[in-house]
Design a binder for this molecule. Structure first.
Ligand code: NAP
Length: 295
């Protein structure tokens, strides 16, 4: 089996390449720059390719001889030169077009819990619009909505580990928002399962436990054997700071990003059984962070 992966240098992508190669799956790994190319693991089964979402030929070359494409490229934090439309919506449309042209069997798209084309939040709206494009594509569109992801290099893990390293954490609204963190390895197992047996549909895949963010920080610190002090930052103040900062810098953390970070996560029906995977207990996921604990 051969699959294509966009955003192969993302935190999910790097883990997926490793798992796929270990499972004997060949991967055409698409990235946008030479720098990103150098970050990919060297392996006989991994064929790195530079792609541009504005150049259909480069996407067709990425999808060459593949049965499925896993579209991982996407952003939460907009930059001066990167908008939700470009990164989340237009890039998905380019990949879906290429998958149709190349006659692929399936397109697996990683979305987020809360995605909706009608959302008032621009991030959730862009992911919702992208879901419609991916789900409506000619090959089977498999949409996997995820919560905060924990694993090497993920933004969620980096934030947790940075707080633990500092020994203090500033929690938005006291960190009362409730998350359902998913182990990146579980997501990668689900993606591989979806590539092997694509069943078109939208799947909500979250971890086995719901936990308030403040308790997640406490638990991580405890597991890593570090003391930690927690303080609360009012959400309105964080939104105000984000509005000013993002306007000054032309991007970065916006009030909409603060709203995404502090949104409660909940799934109605967890798709672990439907996708044929076993969820890792949260404690085990957190214990794995020890391997990437900053000194
Ligand atoms: N991490 C989470 O907690 C989480 C939660 C829910 C959903 N997801 C979704 O899961 C996927 C992977 O997430 P991740 O955290 O592993 O990603 P990540 O590490 O932040 O990497 C983002 C990827 O998107 C690419 N990208 C950025 N701007 C782009 C643009 N304008 N056009 C095309 N590609 C662009 C980046 O390529 P360059 O390096 O070239 O910029 C990189 O490959 C994303 O779609 C994300 O929305 C993640």
């Amino acid at each position: 089996m051969r699959i294509a992966v966009t955003g192969a240098n993302s935190s999910v992508g790097l883990r997926l390449l490793e798992q796929a190669a270990n499972a004997g799956i060949a991967v055409n790994a698409g990235v946008r720059s030479e720098r990103a190319l150098r970050s990919l693991p060297a392996h006989d089964l991994i064929s790195p390719r530079i792609i541009s979402y504005q150049e259909p030929d480069s996407l067709d070359a990425l999808l060459d001889e593949c049965g499925s494409v896993v579209h991982l490229a996407g952003i939460l934090i907009p930059g001066k030169h990167t908008s939700y439309r470009e990164a989340n919506v237009d890039a998905t449309a380019s990949v879906a077009d290429a998958a149709r042209r190349c006659g692929l069997q399936s397109l697996v798209f990683i979305s987020v819990l809360g995605a909706s084309p009608g959302s008032a939040n621009p991030y959730f709206r862009s992911k919702g619009e992208a879901e419609e494009i991916a789900g409506g594509s000619a090959p089977a569109g498999v949409v996997i909505r995820t919560p905060i992801l924990l694993g090497p290099g993920s933004a969620g893990s980096a934030a947790l580990l940075a707080s633990v390293k500092r020994g203090k954490a500033s929690l938005l609204g006291g960190g009362k928002y409730v998350l359902q963190p998913l182990d990146v390895d579980d997501l990668c197992a689900a993606i591989i399962a979806a590539c092997r047996r694509p069943e078109a549909g939208t799947y909500e895949l979250a971890g086995p436990e719901r936990i308030a963010y403040r308790d997640l920080v406490r638990q991580t610190a405890e597991l890593l054997g570090r003391p930690i002090r927690l303080r609360s930052v009012p959400v309105w103040l964080a939104r105000l700071g984000a509005a000013a900062g993002s306007r000054l810098r032309g991007g970065g953390i916006t009030p909409a990003v603060i709203d995404v970070i502090t949104a409660d996560e909940e799934v109605k029906t967890n798709a672990d059984a439907a996708l044929g995977i076993e969820l890792t207990p949260l404690r085990e996921t957190l214990a794995k962070l020890q391997e990437i604990q900053p000194s």
